[in-house]
Design a protein around this ligand. Structure first.
Ligand SMILES: [Zn+2]
Length: 242
């Protein structure tokens, strides 16, 4: 049979040419026909965007990943407060309260860079957020200055994409602390510069200021401050329900 066909084909080059042409045409048609189907579905796909109003997720199935970074720890005590308390203790206490509140919100999944008095390097803290593809990284600190009269709340960002989160949380923070508003500032803190995620650093108040330190170490005040940080996060990630 094979022999017969091949002989036939050889004998009729016109037919061979015709069938090849038909094959090419059919092939082209099938290829071409597949294109409009693909492109017809394209407009319904929402491209990923950094616009906070259209960030996907935020429900129990795909919660926003929030990394809370308690400043200092272990061999690094941070600032010494007026009363002799160390910054690393206050940052851990406040961070725990923030995480407890976040865990009550189905839209969030909370992580801590440290859960006890252990030392974590600055770059490792940022790496922690990068590896988890965190939606937000919040580093919690207490400020310090040689002049004990200096006081107030400062919030920092480095990456311009993080400004909106810094502003939103700062607004809530200032209301909760009642401290002077020292503003939102851009600064190259290592935990921010090594961070590929939306990342901010909060200097909630001055531990070197007597009034602010006693407020920052007060359990009820810490609850209010923690709630204000969570309120800011809710506003940022879900502006319609803020
Ligand atoms: Zn600090």
């Amino acid at each position: 049979m094979d022999k017969l066909i091949s002989r036939k084909v050889r004998k009729r080059p016109g037919a061979w040419l015709l069938s090849s042409l038909v094959l090419i045409l059919v092939g082209w048609f099938v290829y071409d026909a597949s294109l409009p189907v693909t492109s017809a579905f394209k407009p319904t796909v929402t491209p990923p965007t950094k616009d906070k109003a259209s960030i996907a997720g935020g429900d129990a199935e795909t919660p926003f990943k929030i990394v809370i970074d308690a400043g200092h720890g272990g061999k690094d005590p941070g600032a010494n407060g007026v009363s002799g308390n160390q910054e690393k203790e206050y940052t851990l206490a406040l961070s725990r309260k923030v995480v407890e509140l976040l865990e009550q919100e189905p839209m969030f999944e909370a992580y801590m860079t440290r859960t006890d008095d252990s030392f974590v390097g600055l770059e490792d803290r940022a790496l922690f957020a990068n590896e988890r593809e965190a939606d937000a990284f919040i580093s919690i600190h207490g400020n310090t200055f040689t002049d004990p009269s200096v006081s107030g709340t400062e919030s920092y960002y480095f990456n311009d994409d993080s400004l909106a989160l810094a502003q939103t949380i700062h607004g809530e923070l200032v209301k909760a602390t009642g401290f002077d508003d020292r503003g939102v500032k851009k600064e190259g803190w290592k935990v921010l510069t090594h961070n590929e995620r939306t990342a901010i650093l909060l200097e909630v108040g001055f531990l070197t200021n007597k009034n602010e330190e006693s407020a920052l170490l007060n359990d009820a005040k810490q609850d209010l401050i923690a709630q204000s940080i969570v309120n800011g996060l809710k506003q940022y990630f879900n502006p319609s329900e803020g």
